[in-house]
Ligand binder design. Structure first.
Ligand SMILES: Cc1cc2nc3c(=O)[nH]c(=O)nc-3n(C[C@H](O)[C@H](O)[C@H](O)COP(=O)(O)OP(=O)(O)OC[C@H]3O[C@@H](n4cnc5c(N)ncnc54)[C@H](O)[C@@H]3O)c2cc1C
Length: 404
C-alpha cells in the first residue's frame, strides 16, 4: 500500500455534486483530487434527465446545444381516474444529455486544476485523533490500495453513498425513502407540445409516479418510481412494462435504466470535523419529485464556500463547516422540508382521494411558478381538497421530530 502527499481536499464521486465542488475549490487555488469509481464519468446514465429553467442551469455550466436534448414547454398531470391537467409553460426546463452534462462538469473541474481519477474507489475514511483526515482508495483497474491524506474529505457519492455513514452523519435510508425506479428511452413516441407528463395512481406507480420526459423528436424517457413497500411484491420493471404497454405500446425501447432515487428527509448535519457531504449523498434531492441535479449543484456551491472559509481560518472543524448546514437549511433545505412532509401524505392517498386532490390542484391559482410546483401553494391546495391533510402533515412532522 502506498501513501500520497497531503492534499487540501479529496472529493468522492464525479457526479454533479462532486465535480462542481471540486471545480469551485480548485478555482480558488486549493489542491483537489476527485475520485470516481466508474471508468467513464456520467456513464451509464441513471436519470430521466430533466432540469429547470435555463438561468438555473447556466449558473453552473456552459449550457450549449450539445447538452440539450429537448426544451420542456409544459406539464401534464394525469390523475388515477384519467383526468388530465395540462399547462403550457414555455421555458420551464429542458431534458439534457446527462452523460455529456456530467462530463462537462468534470472537465470544468479539471480545467480549474483538480485532478480526476476514474476507476478509483473510496473504500474507507482515515482518522487521526478521532478526526477524519483522508481516505483509503482503490485503483479498480490495477487493484492497488493507497491512502490519500487531505484536510477535508467531501462525500459526493450519490444514492449508493457510504461515506456519510462512515462519517457518522447518516443512517441507512428507510426502504420507503428511496424510490425504486425503472426507465426506458423510447423511440417512436408522441409527446405533444414537449410537455413533461406525470401519471399518478396505485395501478401506475404506487407511492410515486410514472413519467414521460421528451428527449427530442419522437423520443422520450419513460419511467416509473415506486415505493417498494406499496408494490405488493411487484418490481419497478413490472410497473414500467405495464405503463409502457398503455402509454406507448408501439415504441421502440432503446435504453433501460434501473436505479434508486432518494426521497428522504434532509440530514440534520451536513458536516463534521474534516468531512462534508453534498448532493444526493446528503439527501439534498427534492423529496417530492426525487429531482436532484440542480439541488446537488446548489449544495456544492454552499459546501465549497464553507470549506474555503474554514480552511482560510486554518481550521477543519465541523463547528466552522456548520455554516454550510445552516445556509442549506435556510434556503433549499427549507422548501425540501415542506416537500418531504407533503410527499408522505400525498403519495399515501387512495386513488379516489388522489383524484380529488388533483382536481383541486387544477383549479388552484398560482400553484406553478417558472420552476414548477410551489410548495406552499401545493400544501394549500392539498388542505382544501383533503381536510385530513393538515392533521396528517402535522403527524408526519412530529413523528419525525421525535426520531431525529
Ligand atoms: C431513474 C432516475 C431518474 C432521475 N431523474 C432525474 C431528473 O429527471 N432530474 C433530476 O434533477 N434528478 C433526477 N434523478 C436524480 C439525480 O440523478 C440525482 O439526484 C443526481 O445525480 C445527484 O447528483 P450527485 O452528484 O449527488 O450524485 P450522482 O450523480 O449519483 O454521482 C455520484 C457519483 O459518485 C460515484 N461514487 C459512488 N461511490 C463512490 C466511491 N466509493 N468512490 C468513488 N466514486 C463513488 C458514483 O459512481 C457516481 O458517479 C433521477 C434519478 C433516477 C435514479
Amino acid at each position: 500500500m502506498t501513501s500520497e502527499r497531503r492534499l487540501d481536499v479529496v472529493v468522492i464521486g464525479a457526479g454533479p455534486a462532486g465535480s462542481r465542488t471540486a471545480e469551485q475549490l480548485a478555482r480558488r487555488g486549493l489542491h483537489v483530487l476527485l475520485l470516481e469509481k466508474r471508468p467513464i464519468v456520467g456513464y451509464p446514465v441513471r436519470c430521466a434527465e430533466a432540469v429547470g429553467p435555463r438561468q438555473d442551469v447556466e449558473r453552473y455550466v456552459v449550457f450549449d446545444d450539445s447538452l440539450i436534448s429537448s426544451p420542456i414547454n409544459g406539464v401534464v398531470l394525469v390523475s388515477p381516474d384519467g383526468v388530465r391537467i395540462e399547462r403550457d409553460m414555455p421555458g420551464i426546463g429542458f431534458t439534457i444529455d446527462r452523460e455529456r452534462f456530467d462530463r462537462r462538469l468534470a472537465e470544468m473541474a479539471r480545467a480549474a486544476g483538480a485532478e480526476l481519477r476514474t476507476s478509483h474507489q473510496a473504500m474507507a475514511l482515515l482518522r487521526e485523533n478521532g478526526r477524519i483526515c483522508g481516505l483509503r482508495a482503490k485503483d479498480l483497474a490495477g487493484g492497488a490500495e493507497y491512502d490519500v491524506r487531505a484536510s477535508i474529505v467531501v462525500g459526493a457519492d450519490g444514492v449508493e453513498s457510504l461515506s456519510p455513514r462512515w462519517a457518522g452523519l447518516k443512517k441507512s435510508c428507510r426502504v420507503d425513502e428511496v424510490l425504486s425506479c425503472a426507465e426506458e428511452l423510447i423511440e417512436g413516441i408522441d409527446v405533444p407540445g414537449s410537455r413533461i407528463e406525470f401519471h399518478l395512481g396505485l395501478e401506475v406507480a404506487p407511492g410515486g409516479y410514472a413519467w414521460v420526459f421528451p428527449k427530442g423528436a419522437d423520443r422520450a424517457n419513460v419511467g416509473v418510481g415506486i415505493n417498494p413497500l406499496l408494490a405488493g411484491g411487484r418490481t419497478a420493471v413490472d410497473y414500467l412494462n405495464g405503463f409502457i404497454a398503455r402509454r406507448s405500446p408501439a415504441g421502440k425501447r432503446t435504453r433501460l435504466v434501473i436505479g434508486g432515487c432518494t426521497v428522504a428527509r434532509g440530514l440534520p448535519e451536513l458536516a463534521t470535523d474534516g468531512y462534508v457531504a453534498v448532493g444526493e449523498a446528503a439527501n439534498q434531492n427534492n423529496p417530492f419529485s426525487g429531482g436532484g441535479i440542480i439541488n446537488a449543484l446548489e449544495g456544492a456551491d454552499m459546501a465549497a464556500s464553507a470549506i474555503i472559509d474554514t480552511l482560510g481560518r486554518g481550521s477543519v472543524s465541523g463547528k466552522h463547516l456548520r455554516e454550510y448546514t445552516r445556509e442549506w437549511r435556510r434556503s433549499v433545505g427549507k422548501a425540501n422540508e415542506a416537500f418531504y412532509h407533503a410527499a408522505r401524505v400525498f403519495y399515501a392517498l387512495s386513488d379516489s382521494e388522489m383524484s380529488r386532490v388533483m382536481g383541486e390542484l387544477a383549479s388552484a391559482p398560482g400553484i406553478f411558478d417558472e420552476k414548477g410546483i410551489k410548495p406552499v401553494a401545493m400544501i394549500r391546495a392539498l388542505i382544501a381538497a383533503h381536510p385530513g391533510f393538515l392533521v396528517q402533515f402535522g403527524r408526519s412532522w412530529l413523528g419525525w421530530r421525535g426520531r431525529r
